[in-house]
Design a binder for this molecule. Structure first.
Ligand SMILES: [Zn+2]
Length: 538
């Protein structure tokens, strides 16, 4: 039998009436390539790409060696070389990639083996692109594994196939040798791929990963979402993006100084968290961190909050009040949304920063201030300066050390680590995210940034209970483009049609913030019908 005569159609046995596809009595499945991509994504996300390599290599190796044995049983091959070439043909016909062998030599003593070739159109290159991984090294480990396993059976000795070029080229090129000829590195790789104690390894790796790859500052105990403005402590979030690493580096550099800081970034990116973090690293960390949201207060109140007032300064001022700038002592005062401060207060702030003194409202005396000022804004202050809405001198005073916090969209690498962090916080018993959810989380625009992500995960955690987070647990805004499969819901414990209807109606109502007319419109039913159903569900 010549390898060029091999046809996968001959080898496969289709038995549709019995629900079977067989290859020499081995059951085979017709797989959707996307499922393998998703599987790879999950493994990569959990153990990292490098550790994933021997795992998927092993998968390919097993399939390759089984195919070699089957074909060995089915046909009589003229030589081991011819039998091996059938493996290359199987790779092509199975749809993994088009395989072209350029060289194959086995010496007379059968102790030297070398083969070389190329892979075109590799499904693994596609899947790697799909995962948006940027490695430029080899990625075709399932295919390498397959050919290694196949060759090891044909030549009755461990063979290892490795890629020389991959991914960024038009094609991949590979080379195969007996494993010993690859040296220690090759032997170690093959051994790692045959280590079946994955469960243990996985746990160990997870531990190592959380300690190293995803950097995280030790958690503080208080809940950052509590409304308490005073003495609030920092919650730190994991990150691994370059841009966030840079932010943290800058925070460390500036923390040692007493320079004024301006933190910019969109809504919900965590400007206050970074301000608090800088405070905690600074020599002032033993003193207070006081945050004030400048948007939330009307003009008169903002002034008296910041600078204080004397008794009788205005109606209702029945005693002296220390302003927050004084209250902060030698700590840090964080002025959130500085862009919303009216011009009249801007003048006073400028003076406070220049002279390090403030005059409380209605008082004749001035009080010295020692606190460091960190301001933040999600507005474009330079634009506001041009329009005369923000004082240039104040801007330059504050902008001594600018830090820009990138939006989640700009650092998608951080989304899943942060989501996992929130999940462990809000739903400690949860079994993680389904791959689809991970995909949606990573690809959503997140206009509300970290805050929105935190809210979404908290909600999903409540809905999912101790189960895996699935697409239907995410807020509707995230899944607008996704189809929530009713079947997916059904798979979890087969709820009745009524239960499903109830769940769906309630989640639409929640989305509409309780507005029944709007909900009825989305549901495509009359408001009377909705009312009746709600009554039924109590
Ligand atoms: Zn490749």
């Amino acid at each position: 039998m010549k390898s060029s005569d091999l046809s996968i159609i001959d080898v496969l046995d289709f038995k549709p009436d019995r629900g079977l596809v067989e290859l020499e009595n081995r059951r085979v499945l017709i797989f959707d390539g996307n499922i393998l991509m998703e599987l790879r994504r999950t493994i990569v996300e959990n153990i990292g790409w490098e550790k994933c390599q021997p795992v998927i290599f092993h998968y390919g190796y097993e399939v390759g060696s089984l195919d070699a044995k089957s074909l060995g049983e089915m046909y009589r091959w003229e030589t081991p070389e011819e039998w091996f070439k059938a493996g290359a043909a199987m790779l092509t016909q199975r749809g993994y990639c088009k395989t072209v062998l350029n060289h194959l030599s086995l010496n007379r003593d059968k102790d030297q083996l070398l083969f070389r070739g190329r892979w075109f159109n590799s499904y693994e290159v596609d899947s790697h692109k799909h995962l948006k991984l940027t490695d430029t090294g080899p990625v075709c480990f399932v295919i390498s594994g397959y050919l290694s396993g196949f060759a090891s059976v044909c030549f009755e000795r461990e063979v290892l196939v490795q890629e020389q070029e991959c991914f960024h080229r038009q094609h991949c090129s590979f080379e195969g040798r007996f494993v010993e000829d690859w040296g220690k590195q090759g032997i170690r790789f093959l051994e790692a791929s045959k280590d079946h104690d994955l469960q243990h390894k996985y746990a160990l790796l997870n531990k190592q990963l959380s300690a190293s790859r995803v950097k995280s500052v030790p958690q503080k105990d208080e809940d950052p979402s509590s409304g308490d403005m005073l003495g609030k402590r920092a919650e730190w979030l994991p990150y691994r993006s370059k841009s966030m690493t840079r932010v943290v580096e800058m925070a460390h550099q500036v923390a040692k100084t007493s320079a004024n800081i301006l933190i910019t970034g969109g809504t919900g990116v965590g400007k206050e968290v970074v301000a608090n973090y800088i405070h905690s690293l600074s020599p002032m960390s033993k003193s207070k961190f006081i945050a004030i949201n400048c948007t939330a207060l009307p003009l008169a109140l903002l002034e008296s909050e910041l600078f204080g007032h004397c008794k009788g300064a205005f109606t209702g001022a029945d005693r002296d009040k220390k302003g927050l700038m004084i209250e902060a002592g030698s700590g840090t005062i964080f002025l959130d949304e500085i862009g919303d401060v009216p011009l009249s207060v801007q003048v006073k702030l400028l003076r406070a920063l220049q002279e390090r003194k403030v005059r409380p409202v209605g008082c004749n005396t001035e009080v010295a201030i020692k606190a460091r000022v960190i301001a933040s804004t999600n507005r474009n202050l330079e634009e506001m300066m041009k329009e005369g809405k923000f004082r240039a001198d104040l801007y330059y005073r504050l902008n001594v050390f600018p830090i820009h916090i990138p939006s989640l969209q700009e650092r998608r690498d951080d989304i899943l680590p942060i989501a996992r962090y929130f999940l462990s916080k809000y739903a400690p018993g949860s079994k993680g995210f389904s791959p689809r959810v991970a995909y949606v989380l990573e690809n959503y625009e997140w206009p509300g940034n970290v805050r929105e992500l935190g809210n979404a995960i908290e909600r999903a955690g409540i809905l999912a209970g101790d189960n895996k987070i699935r697409i239907e647990h995410l807020p509707p805004a995230l899944t607008a483009g996704e189809e929530v499969s009713a079947l997916q819901q059904v798979k979890e414990g087969w709820p009745s049609l009524g239960d499903l209807e109830k769940k769906y109606i309630l989640s639409v109502l929640e989305y509409c913030e309780g507005k029944k007319m709007k909900a009825a419109k989305i549901l495509g039913i009359g408001s009377n019908t909705l009312w009746r159903k709600l009554k039924k569900y109590q």
